[in-house]
Design a protein around this ligand. Structure first.
Ligand SMILES: [Mg+2]
Length: 368
């Protein structure tokens, strides 16, 4: 089989309200998808997660051409050709996101060609449903609104919630952490995502102030580098530290593990280098005793890849789940996903189990 064409599809969804996090807010969700076509008529979907405009231009400028002629069944070869040969000048960044999209689509094609779901190609089912944590509690000036959103999610039957905090000082955010813990009760895991909003000293203060409210983890308390700042923070707090959504490749994650920077690794399949690279990152994490909760905050294509990876990989836990309705998400699945009591089922169709229907394309497709 040969790749004959890589079509880049840009989906955009305007939000009703701004989603606020420590670094600001956004009012549009964008997804950069690829549809990889082959000489045998089988097509596959993939997604590159990053700066949508940059990822799109790298795909159209060079990566699509480099993929043409490769056999999508030979994923190790595709991985090397796109991830090693094509990123000579850019070891990390949008080029890796673009390669990740094509690599992901190859798994979709291979699953369809062999008539098996992608999890079968990744080791088979280790579990048949995934426990979700819901990550769409956004920062609000009015903490009652934040608490109400947490309440809404818990009423839907989910067992774990994540709030985006860190717009204000650690002292002033403490009341939000307290209010959320009150709503969640003592047993529900409450994750805090700082979206890289604090300086090292602020993060240390935050950890000290929030320890009494038992956050399940603090995510991206600091900017992705220097890694050493994570190591210092982690050595001085009891709260587990999660990060990695901005990290690339096996080598990038090895640095995080070697420097004892994190308790939970969060590779994004559409950014870290694709499914095979992320599976390798999970295996490496296992050898360091680190759990993996993949970053999963984009369209249903990334979600599908994340479901197949987590279903087949023992040291993964906590599926990131978005109930906001802001992304082009569950509507991309061929069969509706089973979501029950906070658990999400695994697609069973050949490939990733997603499709881009004409209606969806017409409704959300937009030119950059
Ligand atoms: Mg995050």
């Amino acid at each position: 089989m040969k790749i004959t064409n890589v079509k880049v599809i840009f989906l955009k969804k305007k939000l009703n309200a701004t989603m606020a996090i420590s670094r600001g807010g956004f009012n549009v969700r964008s997804h950069t998808l690829v549809q990889v076509e082959t000489d045998e008529g089988i097509t596959g979907l993939g997604e590159g997660v990053g700066n949508a405009v940059l990822v799109k231009s790298i795909l159209e400028g060079q990566m699509a051409e480099a993929a043409r002629g490769l056999d999508p069944m030979n994923i190790e070869m595709v991985r090397e050709k796109l991830l090693e040969d094509q990123v000579y000048f850019e070891r990390k960044g949008s080029a890796v996101c673009a390669a990740s999209a094509i690599e992901m689509a190859c798994w979709d094609i291979k699953g369809k060609a062999l008539n098996v779901p992608v999890y079968q190609l990744l080791g088979g089912l280790y579990r048949d449903k995934l426990e979700a944590y819901v990550s769409d509690i956004y920062w609000e000036k009015d903490l009652v609104k934040m608490a109400k959103n947490a309440e809404r999610i818990l009423k839907m039957g989910f067992h774990a919630i994540k709030a985006h905090i860190g717009r204000e000082s650690p002292q002033s955010e403490t009341e939000r952490v307290k209010a959320l813990r009150e709503v969640a009760g003592s047993k529900t895991p409450l994750m805090i995502d700082l979206n890289a909003g604090y300086k090292p000293l602020e993060a240390l203060q935050a950890a000290r102030l929030w320890e009494p409210y038992n956050p399940f983890w603090i995510e991206e308390p600091l900017k992705p580098s220097p890694i050493r700042a994570f190591t210092t923070l982690r050595s001085r707090t009891k709260i587990p530290i999660a990060a990695g959504e901005n990290e690339f490749g096996l080598e990038g994650f090895k640095q995080l593990f070697d420097q004892k920077a994190i308790d939970v690794a969060m590779p994004d399949i559409g950014r870290a280098g694709g499914l095979l690279e992320t599976k390798n990152i999970c295996t490496l994490a296992q050898s360091y005793g680190v759990e993996v909760s993949p970053h999963n905050f984009s369209s249903g294509v990334l979600l599908a890849a994340t479901l197949h990876l987590m279903a087949s990989t023992p040291n993964t836990r906590w599926l990131e789940w978005d109930t906001s309705g802001n992304a082009v998400y569950e509507e991309l699945f061929i069969e509706p996903l089973q979501v029950k009591d906070g658990f999400v089922g695994i697609p069973d169709q050949p490939g990733l189990g997603v499709q881009l229907k004409k209606e969806i394309l017409e409704k959300f497709s937009e030119k950059v």
